[in-house]
Write a protein that binds this ligand. Structure first.
Ligand SMILES: *Cc1c(COP(=O)(O)O)cnc(C)c1O
Length: 397
């Protein structure tokens, strides 16, 4: 509980935000009330892909406000969601889109859509989902059931039943739990985020595609964190050459405004009817309007090329840091979704020490530190982050 005079006393004590009160943001910097500038390599957990105070996002918000339309509900047509859906399909695969308000909500919808389709195809018994060790898909009853973290699950059991577990990069472990009669979907993050920044190989995703096809099971890619340019391609699944049946998206999609999206193939769309699912806020004109502008920016080839160039730059800057500190094992990940893998479970300590160096980072589990800078971060700030990280690790040893 907060002390009686703590300004946080009105907030439920589910987070313990440390450090100062932030008042402004500019690019990769968060500026505290005392005027100190903190290098933000969390980007609100991979949300602010274009940095704080992005002129593009600001302009999109101002334009959206001019219409006077913030929300109408899905009882009425508005243009932004209709256009955003077509724009997304152009960049993904032929199908249909459903908008809602967060990553967990997008995944919950995906589970319902997958069950509907699988049952229409193979009968009522098809309801199970296969999830992977190290996964994170959200904190709602369905999504937390697919999330491999005891602390998030156990206090709230019973969760959604019917989840079977497999090992990442191990197709035999998928075969062992895949059941043509019972399985509705396989849910995987092409790059695991919260679980430790672990990319799935192209061969593994291709193998999942083949298994899903054989057993008539929906292949669901959760790109809530790794999607929209973060990995150096617009979607992290692209290098594998396979597409999912369902793609879930959220974090950076609307420039920091809350939005989730689910893209489904036409075959799945055909099994869904009015009334099967719904949302009050999802796809509202204000948020969708901003998302149109953000999506244009994030799908620019020059931006994606820039992410790959920055990846090479930051990897080079981090190499001597990895070399110098015994507690650092290696850098893992893709694009600007990189994890510093530690040899001991000291991620929280490193994050705290980096904060003392005015570098903001977020852990992924107990032994990985995530670096999630803005996708358009200045290259010298990648060097600056490596210097601050080096200092933090030095102070700890
Ligand atoms: C953050 C995240 C979610 C949950 O998104 P929320 O918007 O917090 O509900 C789901 N899947 C992945 C891969 C995520 O990183």
């Amino acid at each position: 509980m907060h002390a009686a005079d703590d300004p946080r006393r009105g907030l439920l004590d589910l987070y313990r935000p440390a450090g100062p009160l932030y008042e402004r943001g500019e690019g990769a910097w968060l500026i505290a009330e005392d005027g100190s500038c903190h290098l933000d390599f969390t980007t609100g957990i991979a949300v602010n892909a274009l940095g704080h105070g992005s002129p593009l996002v600001r302009r999109a918000i101002e334009e959206a406000l001019e219409t006077g339309l913030i929300h109408t509900s899905n009882l009425f047509r508005t243009r932004p969601a209709e256009e955003l859906a077509l724009q997304l399909l152009e960049l993904t695969f032929p199908g249909k889109v459903f908008f809602n308000n967060s990553g967990a909500e997008a995944n919950e919808a995906a589970l319902k859509f997958a069950r509907r389709w699988a049952r229409a195809r193979g009968g009522a018994s098809k309801h199970e989902f296969i999830a992977f060790r190290g996964s994170f898909h959200g904190r709602l009853f369905g999504t937390v059931a697919l999330t491999d973290r005891a602390k998030y699950r156990e206090p709230f059991e019973p969760l959604m039943p019917g989840v079977r577990w497999a090992e990442p990069e191990n197709l035999d472990s998928v075969r062992a739990v895949l059941d043509r009669e019972r399985t509705a979907g396989i849910v995987v993050e092409p790059i695991q985020g919260e679980g430790g920044v672990t990319p799935m190989s192209a061969e593994f995703l291709q193998g999942l595609r083949a298994l899903a096809d054989e057993a008539e099971v929906a292949l669901i890619f959760d790109e809530v964190q790794c999607g929209f340019g973060r990995s150096g391609t617009l979607f992290a699944y692209e290098p594998s050459g396979v597409t999912p049946d369902i793609l879930t998206l959220a974090k950076p999609i609307a420039g920091g405004l809350p939005m989730g999206a689910v893209v489904v193939t036409d075959a799945i769309a055909e099994t869904l009817q009015p009334g099967d699912h719904g949302t009050t806020f999802g796809g509202g004109p204000f948020v969708a309007s901003v998302a149109r502008a953000v999506l244009c920016a994030l799908s620019e080839p020059a931006l994606l090329e820039g992410v790959r160039r920055r990846e090479a730059h930051v990897r080079a800057a981090l190499a001597p840091v990895v070399e110098r500190h015994a507690r650092v094992q290696k850098v893992r990940g893709r694009g600007l979704m990189l994890g510093l893998v530690l040899n001991e479970p000291c991620a929280a300590e490193v994050v705290a020490q980096a904060r003392a160096e005015e570098l903001l980072l977020v852990a992924a589990g107990t032994d990985v530190i995530r670096l999630l800078p803005p996708l358009n971060v200045e290259e010298e700030l990648l060097d600056e982050a490596a210097r601050r990280l080096d200092a933090a690790l030095g102070a700890l040893s």
